[in-house]
Design a protein around this ligand. Structure first.
Ligand code: NAD
Length: 503
């Protein structure tokens, strides 16, 4: 599919409004050009929100909340079901748009839309399961229980690398919970957010609930206005640790609630008893897939020294076969980085690594073609090198040698981030040790499968600097609602008032 075919299938034009507040607005912010990272060419120009436009959108979300919160949750779930079906109908062109604008390959672009469909199904099920507990009262003839109410209009801030799925994790669960929302997408992928919002808007048109799923493509001023806005009781923000530290502190400063899904520095441990065929395939996919631009991408391969040389050799051989190219082309396995800065940052991290004792085993250079490509890169490096403490958001895998499982776990946990981790071993003891309280300290711990996000139904999210956010687990909906404890007196007495004559 080329751009015109994708746009026509999604009803997009090349200069769309990026602002939806119950209806598409004619916004007054700076125009934003979106670039195809595989070619460097322009996809089109989006009309962005100003802070004043953002104010209009918040009012629409507040107004819609008054009605949406009173709709029974299973009926809200039914709208989410219809949106899930509309996403099914648009899976191919929307997946292709993700590939064109973000740079991930076709299978991953469509896979991302599928993830949004899956979370819609999950949220539909949840819409009939927003249960509270019944409690035992200390008082005679009293009953206590908890109930869960919608929270309000909420803010959703998303990163560039999952331009549909991250919004969907939040939006569909929040919607069945009775919240309305305002989405501020990454400025790198505005067309994907517009196409997704259009799909929602078409389903919601004429229902009276048009103001549930809103959008503000906008600059940092709009993002900051949202974060500081006490009309939004919850901000869910996905992105870098740097962004999360700023956003988290600002929301806490107004005593609001935040969900933070931030950067990772993910590791696979490969023990000397591992199935190496499995370990090689999983490591390659985890490190080079999405050109190393997943929050869960493999950064650190921690390898037992007994198999280190053979694993390195096999990885180099496999890396040499990765087809790099336009993500819209069928044979491509690795696409571009998101922009020129990402290429510069990847190269800078590599240069630092080589100064800190790293040895280049494969790759190491930008690819000489239009767009923003960087070779999949493998570097052997000591665990003590400072650069491996950082999340380098590109296709570099650091290979670190260790002598034992104890050392491997200590190296793996010895970073500030705590998102995804994995061990490759055929030993039950090693696996159980890795999964125990003295094992991995990450939000996600896998055995014989690479670093990844959890599947829908598992709680995504990480520990330490990764932020502790949880969107999709079986009880994660509680973050999008407020709990209320109810006490009902069905006796004819109020014990505290005994002894007083009320006449
Ligand atoms: P980023 O931090 O640069 O931007 C993320 C979003 O935050 C964007 O929409 C941006 O406009 C917005 N933003 C930045 N500063 C802000 C501020 N002060 N106020 C309000 N909004 C602000 O991240 P990115 O480069 O788009 O994405 C890559 C990062 O995201 C990586 O670190 C990756 O690990 C992380 N990520 C984490 C998860 C997860 O689930 N943990 C998922 C995807 C991406």
């Amino acid at each position: 599919m080329d751009r015109d075919q994708i746009f026509s299938a999604l009803g997009l034009d090349t200069q769309p409004s990026g602002v939806f507040g119950g209806a598409w607005l004619d916004p007054s912010g700076e125009p934003l050009e979106s670039e195809n990272p595989a070619t460097g060419g322009s996809i089109g120009t989006v009309r962005q929100a100003s802070v004043a436009d953002y104010g209009v959108v918040v009012s629409a979300a507040e107004e819609a909340f008054l009605e949406w919160r009173m709709l029974p949750a299973p009926k809200r779930g039914d709208y989410v079901r219809q949106i899930g079906n509309a996403l099914r109908d648009h899976k191919e062109p929307l997946g292709a748009l993700v590939s064109m604008e973000m740079g991930k390959i076709r299978a991953e672009g469509e896979g991302e839309v599928q993830e949004a469909i899956d979370i819609a199904d999950f949220a539909v099920g949840l819409s009939r399961q927003l249960y509270g507990l019944t409690m035992v009262s200390e008082r005679p003839r009293h009953r206590m229980y908890e109930q869960w109410h919608p929270l309000g209009p909420i803010g959703i801030i998303t990163a560039f690398n999952f331009p549909v799925a991250v919004w969907a994790w939040n939006a569909f669960v929040a919607a069945v919970c009775g919240d309305t929302m305002i989405w501020k997408p990454s400025p790198a992928v505005p067309f994907t957010s517009i196409a997704t919002t259009k799909i929602c808007a078409e389903v919601m048109a004429g229902t009276g609930y048009e103001g549930v799923f809103n959008l503000t493509v906008g600059g940092i001023d709009v993002g900051e206005a949202m974060v500081g806005d006490s009309r939004l009781p919850l901000i869910s923000a996905t992105g870098s640790v740097r962004m999360g530290a700023t956003v988290g502190a600002k929301v806490a400063g107004r005593l609001g609630r935040s969900i933070l899904e931030l950067g990772g520095n993910n590791a696979i441990i490969v023990m000397d008893d591992a199935d190496l065929d499995l370990a090689v395939r999983a490591s390659l996919f985890a490190a080079a897939g999405t050109a190393g631009q997943r929050c869960t991408s493999l950064r650190r391969l921690i390898v037992h020294q007994a198999i280190s040389d053979v694993l390195a050799e096999r990885l180099v051989e496999a890396y040499a076969q990765i087809p790099i190219g336009d993500p819209l082309d069928g044979g491509t396995l690795m696409g571009p980085l998101i922009n020129g800065d990402a290429v510069t940052n990847t190269k800078a991290a590599l240069d630092i690594a080589l100064e800190q004792g790293g040895v280049l085993l494969y790759g190491g250079a930008p690819v000489d073609r239009p767009g923003h490509f960087f070779e999949p890169t493998l570097v052997k490096i000591p665990a003590s090198a400072a650069i491996v403490q950082e999340e380098t958001f590109g296709p570099i895998m650091w290979m670190i040698e260790v002598d034992s499982l104890d050392e491997a776990i200590s190296v793996q946990n010895g970073v500030r981030q705590g998102l995804s981790s994995a061990i490759f071993t055929d030993s039950l003891r090693n696996a159980e040790r890795f999964l125990s309280a003295e094992g991995s300290d990450c939000g996600i711990a896998n055995v014989n499968i690479g670093t990844s996000g959890a599947e829908i139904g598992g709680a995504f999210g990480g520990e330490k600097e990764t932020g502790g956010g949880r969107e999709a687990g079986s009880d994660s909906w509680k973050a999008y609602m407020r709990r209320q404890t109810v006490t009902i007196n069905w006796s004819s007495e109020l014990p505290l008032a005994q002894g007083i004559e009320f006449g």
